[in-house]
Design a protein around this ligand. Structure first.
Ligand code: ZN
Length: 235
Protein backbone atom coordinates (compact mmCIF):
# COMPACT_ATOMS: atom_id res chain seq x y z
CA UNK A 1 0.00 0.00 0.00
CA UNK A 2 2.94 2.32 0.67
CA UNK A 3 3.97 1.79 -2.93
CA UNK A 4 0.47 2.78 -3.99
CA UNK A 5 0.88 6.07 -2.16
CA UNK A 6 4.08 6.97 -3.99
CA UNK A 7 2.65 5.67 -7.27
CA UNK A 8 -0.34 7.89 -6.60
CA UNK A 9 1.89 10.89 -5.90
CA UNK A 10 3.83 10.45 -9.14
CA UNK A 11 0.54 10.02 -10.97
CA UNK A 12 -0.56 13.37 -9.54
CA UNK A 13 2.69 15.05 -10.60
CA UNK A 14 2.28 13.62 -14.11
CA UNK A 15 -1.27 14.90 -14.09
CA UNK A 16 -0.15 18.37 -13.01
CA UNK A 17 2.70 18.34 -15.56
CA UNK A 18 0.31 17.23 -18.27
CA UNK A 19 -2.15 19.95 -17.29
CA UNK A 20 0.50 22.65 -17.38
CA UNK A 21 1.82 21.77 -20.84
CA UNK A 22 -1.23 20.47 -22.70
CA UNK A 23 -3.49 23.14 -24.23
CA UNK A 24 -7.17 22.87 -23.43
CA UNK A 25 -8.94 20.67 -25.99
CA UNK A 26 -11.42 22.34 -28.32
CA UNK A 27 -14.77 20.63 -27.92
CA UNK A 28 -17.11 19.93 -30.80
CA UNK A 29 -20.14 18.62 -28.94
CA UNK A 30 -20.46 14.99 -27.85
CA UNK A 31 -20.43 13.64 -24.32
CA UNK A 32 -18.70 15.67 -21.60
CA UNK A 33 -15.09 14.64 -20.86
CA UNK A 34 -14.61 12.32 -17.90
CA UNK A 35 -13.88 14.02 -14.59
CA UNK A 36 -10.40 13.19 -13.30
CA UNK A 37 -10.35 12.18 -9.64
CA UNK A 38 -7.19 12.17 -7.50
CA UNK A 39 -5.98 8.73 -6.41
CA UNK A 40 -7.63 7.44 -3.25
CA UNK A 41 -4.42 7.65 -1.18
CA UNK A 42 -4.24 11.40 -1.82
CA UNK A 43 -7.92 12.17 -1.41
CA UNK A 44 -7.97 10.48 1.99
CA UNK A 45 -5.48 11.50 4.69
CA UNK A 46 -6.80 8.68 6.86
CA UNK A 47 -5.68 5.95 4.46
CA UNK A 48 -2.18 7.47 4.33
CA UNK A 49 -1.99 7.66 8.13
CA UNK A 50 -2.82 3.96 8.37
CA UNK A 51 0.39 3.05 6.54
CA UNK A 52 3.86 2.96 8.07
CA UNK A 53 5.26 6.49 8.39
CA UNK A 54 8.71 8.01 7.78
CA UNK A 55 10.12 7.66 11.32
CA UNK A 56 13.11 5.45 12.14
CA UNK A 57 14.10 5.18 15.84
CA UNK A 58 17.57 6.30 16.93
CA UNK A 59 19.93 3.49 17.97
CA UNK A 60 21.21 5.21 21.13
CA UNK A 61 19.61 7.16 23.96
CA UNK A 62 21.43 9.83 25.95
CA UNK A 63 20.59 11.65 29.15
CA UNK A 64 20.39 15.42 28.78
CA UNK A 65 23.64 16.72 30.31
CA UNK A 66 22.24 19.63 32.30
CA UNK A 67 19.03 18.12 33.63
CA UNK A 68 18.46 16.80 37.12
CA UNK A 69 17.51 13.16 36.80
CA UNK A 70 16.52 11.73 40.13
CA UNK A 71 15.55 8.35 38.69
CA UNK A 72 18.97 6.84 38.26
CA UNK A 73 20.17 5.30 35.01
CA UNK A 74 23.32 3.47 34.23
CA UNK A 75 25.19 5.38 31.56
CA UNK A 76 28.66 5.49 30.10
CA UNK A 77 30.89 8.55 30.48
CA UNK A 78 29.10 10.23 27.54
CA UNK A 79 25.69 9.92 29.27
CA UNK A 80 24.65 7.16 26.86
CA UNK A 81 22.07 4.91 28.55
CA UNK A 82 23.40 1.37 28.91
CA UNK A 83 21.30 -1.60 27.81
CA UNK A 84 18.99 0.60 25.76
CA UNK A 85 16.86 -1.17 23.13
CA UNK A 86 15.35 1.03 20.39
CA UNK A 87 12.65 -1.56 19.62
CA UNK A 88 11.09 -3.59 22.43
CA UNK A 89 8.44 -6.28 22.88
CA UNK A 90 5.78 -5.39 25.45
CA UNK A 91 4.47 -8.38 27.41
CA UNK A 92 5.27 -10.67 24.48
CA UNK A 93 2.50 -9.02 22.45
CA UNK A 94 3.25 -5.62 20.93
CA UNK A 95 6.45 -4.34 19.27
CA UNK A 96 7.09 -0.63 19.85
CA UNK A 97 9.84 1.94 20.22
CA UNK A 98 10.30 3.47 23.71
CA UNK A 99 11.68 6.71 22.19
CA UNK A 100 9.25 7.94 19.50
CA UNK A 101 11.25 10.98 18.40
CA UNK A 102 14.71 11.66 16.93
CA UNK A 103 17.81 13.49 18.23
CA UNK A 104 16.33 13.81 21.70
CA UNK A 105 17.89 13.32 25.11
CA UNK A 106 16.05 12.14 28.19
CA UNK A 107 15.36 14.67 30.94
CA UNK A 108 13.42 12.35 33.23
CA UNK A 109 12.90 8.63 33.63
CA UNK A 110 10.05 6.52 34.90
CA UNK A 111 9.27 6.17 38.57
CA UNK A 112 9.97 8.03 41.78
CA UNK A 113 10.65 11.72 41.24
CA UNK A 114 10.50 14.45 43.85
CA UNK A 115 8.04 12.58 46.04
CA UNK A 116 5.75 11.55 43.19
CA UNK A 117 5.63 8.79 40.62
CA UNK A 118 6.54 9.93 37.13
CA UNK A 119 4.40 7.77 34.85
CA UNK A 120 6.45 8.07 31.69
CA UNK A 121 9.66 9.25 30.09
CA UNK A 122 10.51 12.88 29.24
CA UNK A 123 12.48 13.73 26.11
CA UNK A 124 13.80 17.02 24.78
CA UNK A 125 15.35 18.01 21.48
CA UNK A 126 16.58 21.31 20.07
CA UNK A 127 14.88 22.45 17.94
CA UNK A 128 11.69 20.78 19.23
CA UNK A 129 11.25 17.59 17.23
CA UNK A 130 8.36 15.78 15.62
CA UNK A 131 6.77 13.03 17.73
CA UNK A 132 5.72 9.80 15.99
CA UNK A 133 3.45 6.85 16.71
CA UNK A 134 5.46 4.20 18.57
CA UNK A 135 3.60 1.26 17.02
CA UNK A 136 0.60 0.67 14.74
CA UNK A 137 -2.85 0.91 16.31
CA UNK A 138 -5.96 3.01 16.43
CA UNK A 139 -6.21 6.53 17.83
CA UNK A 140 -8.32 6.60 21.02
CA UNK A 141 -7.76 10.23 21.97
CA UNK A 142 -6.48 13.28 20.09
CA UNK A 143 -7.50 16.26 22.18
CA UNK A 144 -6.53 18.96 24.69
CA UNK A 145 -6.51 18.28 28.42
CA UNK A 146 -5.55 20.67 31.23
CA UNK A 147 -2.88 18.29 32.50
CA UNK A 148 -1.51 16.65 29.34
CA UNK A 149 -2.10 19.59 27.00
CA UNK A 150 -2.38 18.50 23.38
CA UNK A 151 -2.33 14.74 23.84
CA UNK A 152 -2.69 11.60 21.74
CA UNK A 153 -3.54 8.13 23.09
CA UNK A 154 -3.05 5.16 20.76
CA UNK A 155 -4.56 1.70 21.31
CA UNK A 156 -2.15 -0.97 20.03
CA UNK A 157 -4.48 -3.87 20.79
CA UNK A 158 -4.18 -6.63 23.39
CA UNK A 159 -4.48 -4.11 26.22
CA UNK A 160 -1.43 -2.02 25.34
CA UNK A 161 -1.52 1.76 24.82
CA UNK A 162 0.85 4.69 24.39
CA UNK A 163 0.29 8.33 25.36
CA UNK A 164 2.08 11.42 23.97
CA UNK A 165 1.61 14.59 26.02
CA UNK A 166 2.32 18.36 25.96
CA UNK A 167 2.45 18.44 22.15
CA UNK A 168 2.69 21.86 20.55
CA UNK A 169 0.05 20.79 18.01
CA UNK A 170 -1.81 17.73 16.79
CA UNK A 171 -1.10 16.91 13.15
CA UNK A 172 -3.95 16.91 10.60
CA UNK A 173 -5.25 13.36 10.18
CA UNK A 174 -4.56 12.44 13.81
CA UNK A 175 -8.19 12.01 14.80
CA UNK A 176 -9.78 9.75 17.42
CA UNK A 177 -11.24 6.61 15.90
CA UNK A 178 -8.86 6.38 12.94
CA UNK A 179 -6.22 3.71 12.37
CA UNK A 180 -2.56 4.76 12.42
CA UNK A 181 0.61 3.03 11.29
CA UNK A 182 3.99 2.92 12.98
CA UNK A 183 6.07 6.10 12.71
CA UNK A 184 3.38 8.54 11.62
CA UNK A 185 3.77 12.18 12.75
CA UNK A 186 1.52 13.11 15.69
CA UNK A 187 2.70 16.65 16.46
CA UNK A 188 5.77 18.68 17.46
CA UNK A 189 6.89 18.40 21.07
CA UNK A 190 5.72 21.42 23.07
CA UNK A 191 4.79 22.69 26.52
CA UNK A 192 0.98 22.67 26.48
CA UNK A 193 -0.94 21.69 29.60
CA UNK A 194 0.79 21.23 32.96
CA UNK A 195 4.37 21.52 31.73
CA UNK A 196 7.38 23.61 32.67
CA UNK A 197 9.26 23.51 29.36
CA UNK A 198 9.22 22.14 25.84
CA UNK A 199 9.43 18.34 25.98
CA UNK A 200 7.64 15.10 25.13
CA UNK A 201 6.05 13.12 27.96
CA UNK A 202 5.65 9.55 26.70
CA UNK A 203 3.80 6.72 28.47
CA UNK A 204 3.28 3.01 27.86
CA UNK A 205 0.07 1.82 29.49
CA UNK A 206 -1.52 -1.60 29.92
CA UNK A 207 -5.04 -2.60 30.92
CA UNK A 208 -8.52 -1.95 29.58
CA UNK A 209 -9.41 1.51 28.28
CA UNK A 210 -12.72 2.70 29.71
CA UNK A 211 -13.43 6.26 28.65
CA UNK A 212 -11.91 9.43 27.23
CA UNK A 213 -9.92 11.23 29.90
CA UNK A 214 -10.01 8.28 32.29
CA UNK A 215 -6.78 6.41 32.84
CA UNK A 216 -7.97 4.74 36.03
CA UNK A 217 -8.11 1.30 34.45
CA UNK A 218 -4.68 1.64 32.88
CA UNK A 219 -1.37 0.88 34.54
CA UNK A 220 1.67 2.95 33.51
CA UNK A 221 4.74 0.86 32.74
CA UNK A 222 8.39 1.81 32.40
CA UNK A 223 9.01 1.99 28.62
CA UNK A 224 12.68 1.11 29.22
CA UNK A 225 11.87 -2.06 31.18
CA UNK A 226 10.88 -4.27 28.23
CA UNK A 227 13.12 -6.78 26.46
CA UNK A 228 14.45 -6.07 22.97
CA UNK A 229 12.42 -7.29 20.01
CA UNK A 230 14.51 -9.90 18.25
CA UNK A 231 12.44 -10.09 15.07
CA UNK A 232 10.10 -12.77 13.87
CA UNK A 233 11.39 -16.19 14.84
CA UNK A 234 13.79 -14.67 17.37
CA UNK A 235 13.70 -15.34 21.07
ZN1 ZN B 1 6.84 13.56 32.07
Amino acid sequence: MRKCFFAGLSALYLFIAACSTTPAPIRHGGPPPPTLKPPLAISSTASVMAEQGPFQPDVDLYLCPNSTITNAFETDERYRVLNFHPVVLVDGKVVLTPVPTNNACMTSGFGHRMGRTHKGLDFRSQPPGMVYSAAPGSIREARYSSSYGNTVLIDHGQGIYTRYAHLNNIEPGVVAGLPIGFGQPLGIMGTTGNSTGIHLHFEVLTGTYSAVGSSSNLTSRNPLSFPPYMGQGGS
